[in-house]
Write a protein that binds this ligand. Structure first.
Ligand code: 4NP
Length: 155
């Protein structure tokens, strides 16, 4: 899960997806990172911690890190929160297989719409909307996985 600062959107995406896969006993490695370096080592923004807590998810233990080239090798899927992050990641890819891993997170629900998750950093009221968008997007990621790999009771 990748955004700009790794303190607002991508920590929420990480926390939400981890929460869902835990409930489903899916053994995925989920992490988040930012394209920028300003917030390395910092916990998520207090407003992200608060909105996650409202929905029973604790993201306070996360610490921001910067996205790195090896992430493109080590993860199967890279979800960018917005078009700017998506383009920045695409500039780092070194192979077709890496390129295929990079997705704009909201395109999982609205293919080809290229919708960005709005940056809520300057907008205290934006966090609820961001949470809901990411909750829907993470639900979609899991549904798509089950479509491709079969439901647990089909395996
Ligand atoms: P995020 O939000 O990319 O969702 O973590 C931001 C956090 C910090 C900054 C920008 C966006 N910043 O410019 O410091």
């Amino acid at each position: 899960m990748v955004c700009l600062g790794n303190i607002c959107r991508s920590p929420l995406a990480e926390g939400i997806l981890k929460d869902k896969i835990k409930a489903l006993h899916l053994d995925w490695e989920v992490d988040s990172a930012g394209m920028g370096s300003w917030h390395i080592g910092q916990p998520p923004d207090p407003r992200s911690i608060a909105i996650a807590a409202k929905y029973g998810i604790d993201i306070s233990g996360q610490r921001a890190r910067q996205f790195k080239a090896s992430d493109l090798e080590n993860y199967d899927l890279i979800f960018a929160m917005d078009n700017s992050n998506f383009r920045a990641i695409q500039r780092m890819v070194i192979s077709d297989s890496q390129k295929k891993k990079v997705k704009l997170i909201m395109n999982g629900l609205d293919a080809g719409m290229n919708q960005s998750v709005p940056d809520p950093y300057w907008d205290d009221d934006g966090f609820e909307q961001v949470f809901q968008m990411l909750d829907n997007a993470c639900e979609g990621i899991i549904e798509k996985f089950y479509e491709e790999h079969g439901q647990p009771n089909e395996q």
